[in-house]
Design a protein around this ligand. Structure first.
Ligand code: NAP
Length: 315
């Protein structure tokens, strides 16, 4: 279905097709609300660029991220969810039905909206990082690790993502150097221990990447120790940036209450935003837990909140 063909008013529109969006779709579809899911540029969300998911309940042997999301989608489809691919650039929440405007000029009207647009990887912000993106610079080890067989790679960051990426990359790389701006990691103890125990992983502490060196491909990094100000070069052929995420809330920030980092604020214990009829679920409203299972849980809550909102309106 295209947005043009869709001239009706939807009862529930869900933005995003990660665990939060698709769980909301399963619940809303089973409530016979015929939800419309707008799949963004990364259908399936962040789990589609993850390898083994070992902490999603029900899969004692683990499950591959893309496989898990394919199952979510199948389940949502089974109960009559409609799907549309597009990017919402602008919204009008001033009256109901709300209007969603797409980047291609088309629009959708909807009585309620569930925002489950998730979060995206952050970048360091260097021009050279941008220039060499896809030419040795990446934010997804699962997607690109394979291209770095027997090479020396660096990972920037000190959180769970950085440890996970570094550990995963040792499957391919000759060596992985973790570059962290402090001298202690933010990652959970279990992930730290795994990385410290891996003979292929080295650490460079108190250090920032100042420049990615190379014209057509990465050949080294210019590093600066932020304690001693000492500048050095590290010969690597790949740089994986794993420094966290930011919520995909740009089209909503001027309409919805968001925290200083841009995450949507919801009423405690609900998925209700400050605009009645607009709900938020998953990482877009969660800077604390950010897990597939919590995203799925809040997706379920959002569908129930939307259903009750519509019921209350009809009563
Ligand atoms: P995070 O916990 O926010 O860690 C980001 C890391 O990047 C921090 O070490 C931070 O340094 C560093 N950093 C941030 N901005 C930087 C910059 N501009 N330059 C250099 N370094 C920078 O993010 P995350 O690792 O993506 O994890 C997010 C959440 O997902 C966490 O709750 C995590 O537990 C969860 N997660 C869980 C798993 C798992 O359980 N399998 C896997 C991945 C993620 P500082 O430490 O100095 O702030």
């Amino acid at each position: 279905m295209t947005a043009q063909e869709n001239s009706n008013v939807e009862s529930v529109t869900i933005l995003g097709s990660g665990p939060a969006g698709l769980t909301a779709a399963i619940y809303a579809a089973r409530a016979n609300l015929k939800p419309l899911v707008i799949e963004g540029e990364q259908p399936g969300g962040q789990l589609t660029i993850t390898s083994d998911v070992e902490n999603y309940p029900g899969f004692p042997e683990g499950v591959m991220g893309p496989e898990l999301m394919a199952q979510f989608r199948k389940q949502a489809e089974r109960f009559g969810t409609k799907f549309l691919v597009g990017r919402v650039e602008k919204v009008d929440f001033s009256q109901r039905p709300f209007t969603l405007y797409f980047n291609d000029g088309l629009s959708v009207k909807t009585s309620t909206l569930i925002i489950a647009t998730g979060a995206s990887a952050k970048w360091i912000g260097l021009p050279s990082e941008r220039k060499l993106w896809g030419k040795g610079v990446s934010s997804c080890a699962t997607c690109d690790g394979f291209f770095f067989k027997n090479m020396d790679i660096a990972v920037v960051g000190g959180g769970d993502t950085a440890m996970e990426e570094a550990t995963f990359l040792t499957r391919f790389a000759k060596s992985v150097t973790v570059i962290h701006r402090r001298d202690t990691l933010r990652a959970s103890k279990i992930m730290q221990d795994k990385a410290f125990a891996n003979p292929k992983i080295k650490f460079i502490w108190d250090t920032e990447v100042e420049e990615v060196l190379g014209e057509k491909e990465v050949h080294a990094l210019k590093l600066k120790n932020i304690r001693t100000q000492e500048v050095s070069e590290l010969q690597v052929q790949g740089l994986f940036v794993a420094i966290g995420h930011e919520p995909n809330t740009a089209p909503f920030r001027q309409h919805l209450k968001c925290n200083p980092s841009g995450y949507i604020v919801v009423d405690p214990g609900t998925t209700k935003t400050n605009v009645p009829g607009v709900f938020a679920a998953g990482d877009v409203a969660d800077h604390v837990y950010r897990q597939a299972i919590t995203a799925a849980g809040t997706g379920c809550m959002a569908a129930i909140d939307a259903e009750r909102f519509l019921e209350h309106e009809e009563a």
